[in-house]
Design a protein around this ligand. Structure first.
Ligand code: BGC
Length: 403
């Protein structure tokens, strides 16, 4: 039957591709059937054409498990919707789950997908270290795993698709440097506070480090001062990226260090959910009258509204529709047993880099990564978001996401 043939070819293709994934194992031998044979659907005998149990022919075929962390943080709803739409349009069956930010639930969701016979997993991990049981299940069945947006630190993950996370942080830090004109600060000292992301999310330290590297020269020369003294990642991290947690810490910092009228100039926030809490605290609890520069990341609707209103200053936008397009193209290449390297990039039609150095599993193996390019959005270029076709602007000037 066609499904059987497809399954056999997919498994072979998966073995071929898996061995060059994050585990850093050797490449498959050149004569691996999956590398020389045509894609399954063109191999199917003509008399199978009417078989209604056959996998969808189209350009894809097969079942994809899409595991997203939570629906409570805006972007993952968009990611889930785009991924689901992309894979379905390419002829795949999909299973889409959100795991309510609970690692046990995510393990369970992935195990159910494996039991359901998925041919590939696309996973945005809640905790990059907590999926070993599920990933071992995938490895036993030779199911390729794409770490989506957040790196899974287990060697059974195959490839990584994300944005350049270090650059996200760097853009935030550089924005502050420019907005405060720190190069020309002279003897003046500007005050800053920092809020970072979830320690369980491998991305969080990349965002933090990119931003810190951009502002470090000015912390060193005294143009910037962290008044609370809370600067190390552990001191400024926000478990679960929770708005309420960021709000509570920001209120605490403001009442402990700024209630005497000390001026706060900037608050470096790693993303929009944390910026939302910080903005709320600054709006209600900050005694000064200056505008505090607040950074973010994602282009969440509430934050874009704050940007229009002037209470948040910028966000680093990551086009997650493009991220899903790259993921689909990579998935198809893996399933077809193609060589996975930078030669695939032109077929994506989306600017990105192939990076084999920056991301490591916990065993210290490099994970081959496709990294897309993030952009700064401020009040002055909101139209760029509308131009993507993924946002509309209402008569009030506020933006709404189309998904
Ligand atoms: C994503 C960010 C997001 C954060 C919280 C990170 O892994 O890369 O875009 O803001 O998670 O959801």
């Amino acid at each position: 039957m066609k499904r059987k043939l497809l399954g056999a070819l997919l498994s072979t293709a998966m073995v071929a591709s898996l061995v060059v994934g994050c585990g850093g194992k050797e490449a498959a031998p050149a004569d691996t059937p999956a590398e020389t044979e045509a894609p399954a659907e063109t191999e199917a005998p003509a008399d199978d054409a009417a078989d209604d149990t056959a996998a969808p022919a189209a350009t894809g075929g097969g079942k994809i498990g899409i595991s997203m962390p939570t629906q409570s943080l805006e972007r993952w709803n968009r990611d889930g919707a785009y991924l689901d739409e992309q894979f379905k349009a390419a002829g795949f069956e999909t299973i889409l789950t959100f795991s309510d930010d609970k690692t046990d639930q995510q393990v369970n969701d992935i195990q159910n997908m494996l039991a359901d016979g998925v041919d590939m997993l696309v996973i945005a991990a809640i905790d990059g270290n907590a999926l070993n049981t599920a990933l071992e299940g995938a490895a036993e069945k030779n199911i390729p795993v794409i770490s989506y947006d957040r790196l899974i630190l287990n060697d059974a993950a195959s490839y990584y698709v994300s944005f350049d996370n270090y650059t996200v942080g760097k853009l935030q830090g550089e924005y502050i440097v420019k907005a405060l004109d720190l190069e020309n600060a002279g003897d003046k000292t500007y005050n800053i506070e920092i809020t970072a992301g979830d320690p369980a999310d491998n991305n969080a330290t990349y965002f933090y480090q990119g931003a810190i590297d951009a502002i470090q020269p000015y912390l060193d020369n005294g143009a910037l001062n962290v008044v609370s003294g809370q600067k190390d990642f552990d001191a400024v991290a926000t478990p679960g990226w929770k708005t309420d947690t960021a709000l509570a810490r920001a209120q605490n910092v403001l009442s402990s260090y700024y209630a005497d009228g000390t001026q706060l100039d900037a608050w470096l926030c790693s993303n929009d959910s944390t910026a939302l809490g910080v903005t709320q605290a600054v709006t209600s609890d900050y005694a000064g009258s200056n505008t505090v520069i607040i950074t973010g990341q994602d282009g969440d609707e509430a934050n874009l509204k704050n940007i229009v209103d002037g209470t948040q200053t910028m966000t680093v936008y990551k086009n997650v529709s493009n991220e899903s397009i790259v993921t689909l193209a990579l998935a198809k290449a893996i399933l077809a047993g193609e060589t996975i390297d930078e030669s695939l990039i032109p077929s994506f039609g989306i600017e990105c880099a192939f990076d084999t150095e920056s991301y490591e599993t916990s065993a210290g193996n490099k994970c081959p990564s496709f990294l897309l390019v993030p952009n700064v959005i401020t009040k002055d270029n909101l139209q760029d978001l509308v131009d993507t076709g993924l946002y509309t602007m209402g008569d009030d000037g506020y933006l709404s996401a189309t998904k």
